[in-house]
Design a protein around this ligand. Structure first.
Ligand code: PLP
Length: 354
């Protein structure tokens, strides 16, 4: 794919790493590529970062045709910048596109435009501990009509944002409320697709949990409100009676790359990992009889997020005395070790940039 590059004439100053939050500062450029049914993907270009001009009837503004991805570039001690399993994000984006009737991007093209863009912006990858360059590929349906039809025009973009360490004050376990009203997704719906609409549907429960002093909600399935699905916008794992248990990918659960990596690390070390239905009753029982040993969320932003307290129908349970457990800590150390190039990547998950 030919990529036209227009460089900014006014590069910004790189921010002080201590001021980085999440997704507030953006790099100098952005990647854009357009699609229409006749021409396919065309006009790939990297241009100075800036506002978009968009038709007020554009499909994405009315009917939620939007998907996105999230991955990071990490700076290693030797100065090189590397990606973590980028092809997994590309495959997942195409699965999301298929679900929302958005056009797919051939894997080799998607990888080429991603690496070309990140190589141009790689100086923005901070080097302070725990910091990284967050990459946000996304696609919108972009037809200029209020008619509801399959998408004929789409736009694919990548923006990048240097982000601070998720755990500036150390890894503190979070308090989680089990949500028994709202649901995030249903089987047959868009739960397995990474789309903005799932987030819009999640906001109310997240907000209510925060008002009650919890960080996030634990989602139950959308049909019976009986089985555990995810925690906030992360996958969730438990250690119960010595085994690792995580909900299987039923269709309403987002197939996280961190989830997959945790499972692969644990299995390679001989742990038993069960991907299965886990009911809230089984979890409550394990909390009551003390066989729930650890609980954690997993996702690109935090890697792992230990759960120190779970609340279900007014009952509060403390997990592992409110402290991070050994498996959670081990997964954090292993994945971050590979991502920042501090330990050997025996899985071949990292992709150094040129
Ligand atoms: C992105 C996301 C995850 C985590 O996926 P990773 O690939 O591990 O970052 C989990 N759940 C939801 C709802 C998500 O959007």
């Amino acid at each position: 794919m030919k990529i036209k590059i227009v460089k900014t004439s006014s590069p910004k100053e790189k921010p002080d790493p201590s001021t980085l939050g999440f997704g507030k500062i953006f790099t100098d450029h952005m990647f854009i590529m357009d699609y229409d049914v006749d021409k396919g993907w065309h006009d790939a270009r990297i241009v100075p970062f800036g506002y978009l001009s968009i038709h007020p009837a554009s499909t994405c503004l009315h009917y939620g045709s939007e998907i996105f991805e999230g991955l990071k570039a990490y700076r290693r001690a030797d100065g090189k910048v590397q990606l973590f399993r980028p092809l997994e994000n590309i495959k997942r984006m195409n699965n999301s596109a298929e679900r929302l009737c958005l056009p797919q991007i051939p894997e080799d093209v998607a990888l080429e435009v991603l690496t070309t863009f990140v190589e141009l912006e790689q100086d923005w990858t901070p080097s302070a501990p725990g910091t990284s360059l967050y990459l946000r590929p996304f696609m919108i349906g972009n037809d200029e009509t209020l008619g509801v039809h399959a998408v004929h025009h789409a736009t694919y973009m990548i923006i990048a944002s240097p982000v601070g360490s998720y755990y500036k004050e150390g890894i503190n376990p979070v308090r989680i409320m089990i949500e028994d009203q709202d649901v995030r997704a249903v089987r047959g719906g868009t739960g397995y697709a990474k789309c903005g609409g799932n987030y819009a549907a999640s906001n109310r429960a997240g907000q209510r949990a925060e008002e009650k002093g919890y960080s996030q909600v634990l989602w139950l399935d959308g049909v019976e409100r009986k089985y555990i699905e995810e925690v906030g916008a992360m996958n969730v794992m438990f250690k119960i009676k010595g085994k690792i248990v995580t909900p299987y990918l039923s269709g309403s659960i987002l197939p996280g790359i961190t989830r997959k990596s945790c499972i692969e690390v644990l299995k390679s070390e001989g742990y038993e990992v069960e991907e299965r239905l886990l009911s809230v009753d089984e979890l409550s029982q394990a909390m009551t009889d003390g066989t729930l040993e650890e609980a954690w969320g997993c996702g690109t932003a935090a890697v792992v997020s230990p759960i120190g307290e779970l609340c279900y129908k007014q009952h509060r349970y403390i997990v592992n005395e409110g402290k991070i457990g050994p498996i959670t800590q081990h997964l954090y150390d292993t994945l971050t070790g590979i991502q920042w190039g501090k330990i050997e990547d025996k899985f071949g998950w990292t992709m150094p940039l040129k």
